[in-house]
Design a protein around this ligand. Sequence first.
Ligand code: PLP
Ligand code: ZN
Length: 410
Amino acid sequence: MKPPHLGCETARIKEGVNCAILFEMPSSTLTHLECPECHRKFTADRVQTFCTDCRSPLLARYDLAAASRSVTRDQISGRRRGLWRWAELLPVRLERFRLTLGEGDTPLLPAPRLGAQLGLKNLFIKDESSNPTSSFKARGLAVAVGRALELGRKEFVIPTAGNAGGALAFYAARAGARAHIFMPKDAPRANQEEVRASGAELQLVDGLISDAARLAGEAARRHRWFDVSTFKEPYRLEGKKTMGLELAEAFGWDLPDVILYPTGGGTGLVGMWKAFAELGSLGWIGAGRPRMVTVQADGCAPIVRAFQEGTPRAEPWEGAQTLAAGLRVPAVFADRLVLRVLQESGGTAVAVSDQEMLTAQGEMAQMEGIFAAPEGAATLAGLRRLREQDWIRPTERVVLFNTGSGLKYL
Ligand SMILES: *Cc1c(COP(=O)(O)O)cnc(C)c1O
Ligand SMILES: [Zn+2]
């Protein structure tokens, strides 16, 4: 591979010039950001947060026509493993900001024994626990931290239920950057310890993630730190989008019928749906889309409630309580986007109890050899519910997302 060429790098940043031919290195085709509510466009080559008029996340937009001219899906399949092989569809322009600890390309495991028990012939588990820091948060933070560094930010802050803080802490360490993590004091011990081990600053908060978010926001303004809260910057979504890209590829570019996703802030759900739209525009997949299913805890189910009531917004959940830290998200910033995905895909939303999660965790471990986080196990509990209601047919291809490792809860 040729060394970076500075003049060219600068031109690419300023004018979005495509240097792939010079470098033989994949180029991002990022063009701009867009508010999905008011459709205002924002420049992407400056630090952006969210649309303050609409209080909506911003979505990254790409020149997909250029992407389809410069690369084929088979070329991407032939590249070195990891999420950066999708570089044309990711926001980071320069190779040296494509931070990596080996994230992405997690296994899609058939689950034949659980499938037989549930009367399903084609059940799979996408096992995200093999990511760095043992959860899928690695995908979002690798991309968001890399892109923020590329745009000149060097110090980061995040409110977190646990795993996002661990992931930010390690990607910041990887880049030699500073991170400040605001975490409820009842977050899993493993998350607290990993943050300490990384050298990031850990602030334990007496309250919920919404309280941590308020304190992190204040600290961000006071110290001019970059706030990487879920959906308050545009690029964690892009990292999580790669789960959808990988699924499409793994199913031979013919998407599965149903995806069950444990939904906190909803980044993965919205990200996968965005991935499918982009793959569709590229002509790499056909018109078929999975029915997307949100699974939440019955002690904190703002999306399930809003879906059942048919409202476009989800009211904050009072007194949120569940052992699944990643699902303890009472106020969902991207509620409109999450609910739209459920509607558009013909999906649904189910809430399960903590006890059902623990039972499902045992079943996944004993029947398939996967030690899931309770959040991941919740999808199995949700699937059982949907099978009882005959919402899923026996031959449909169903994917459960195990978003993290059970080891984090020991
Ligand atoms: C953060 C987290 C979730 C929720 O993810 P979102 O994409 O924000 O909805 C689910 N499971 C685990 C293990 C998590 O850490
Ligand atoms: Zn807007």
